[in-house]
Design a binder for this molecule. Structure first.
Ligand code: NDP
Length: 254
């Protein structure tokens, strides 16, 4: 058995229709996993499913609004039923509302937390019984550099991402007995729709990132494929509760 072989495994990637989610989904598919793309935008998701199917695995779109607990539960149940099992859950769906902390309406704060944090918890809760019954599973939660650092324009986002790291540790300790490993990945600055918006909204961001990242470049979604495969397969069976930066050295440098 290869440490990185995911043949026969079934993965859900929330927000898997583009950006980091699709980068990870492609890694999982290339390693042999069937991949469920769970998101809101059907057209974009069907394009992603086409790309994943071209890698020779089963792939399917399932509608999800991660901010709605019922939608999370229905999506996980449908995935497990349609594919007959569930081995891997990547909680990647996320968003930000950028403004000074004093200007957040409670509804805006809540929307960010519902999407980035509560939705991940509910998907984990829905996936857990399937993984427990099967004798194990892998959960990957996507954090951010904002889990470590703060930013004047990202109070809600950084609160949600800091919390996802701590949620990861608690789930990891609770479910280790069931052979369910739960880990977090902290992407550095990755070139996606999310950060293209940020580059428009935050003056000088592009230059700051290039100067501040030891690797001297933005990450690409494909840079996240390797860590997804590692954390989804037998290679990481004794790794749980960990937080792994994938950031070109951003968090290592003072
Ligand atoms: P994108 O905007 O490209 O992707 C976000 C994804 O989340 C989309 O697929 C979107 O799909 C999905 N999504 C958003 N809201 C919901 C919702 N309510 N229900 C279901 N799906 C939803 O951004 P990235 O790829 O950059 O971001 C992916 C993750 O990585 C996020 O958690 C983000 O915080 C994190 N991250 C990104 C970094 C970066 O530099 N890009 C750095 C650190 C962390 P749809 O609209 O179809 O629902």
């Amino acid at each position: 058995m290869s440490l990185f072989d995911l043949s026969g495994r079934v993965a859900i990637v929330t927000g898997g229709n583009g950006g980091i989610g699709l980068g990870m989904a492609k890694g999982l598919a290339a390693a042999g996993a069937a991949v469920v793309v769970a998101a809101r935008n059907r057209e974009k998701s069907e394009r992603a499913v086409g790309e994943l199917s071209a890698l020779g695995v089963l792939s399917s779109f399932m509608p999800l609004d991660v901010a709605d607990p019922q939608s999370c539960r229905a999506m996980v149940a449908e995935a497990a039923e349609r594919f007959g099992r569930l081995d891997i859950l990547v909680n990647n769906a996320g968003m930000s509302i950028r403004k000074p902390p004093e200007s957040y309406a409670v509804e805006e704060w809540q929307r960010v937390l519902d999407t980035n944090l509560t939705g991940a918890l509910v998907c984990c809760q829905a996936a857990y019984p399937h993984m427990q019954r099967q004798g194990g599973g892998k959960i990957i939660n996507i954090g951010s550099m904002m889990a470590i650092f703060g930013a004047a324009y990202a109070a809600a986002y950084s609160a949600s991402k800091g919390a996802i790291v701590q949620l990861t540790k608690s789930l990891a300790t609770a479910w280790a007995k069931d052979n369910v490993q739960v880990n977090a990945v902290l992407p550095g600055w990755i070139d996606t729709e999310l950060t293209r918006d940020a580059r428009h909204q935050v003056p000088g961001l592009n230059e700051r990132i290039l100067n501040r990242t030891p690797a001297g470049r933005w990450g690409m979604p494909d840079d996240l494929a390797g860590v997804a495969v590692f954390l989804s397969g037998p290679a990481s069976d004794f790794v749980t509760g960990a937080t792994i930066p994938v950031d070109g050295g951003f968090s290592a440098e003072f």
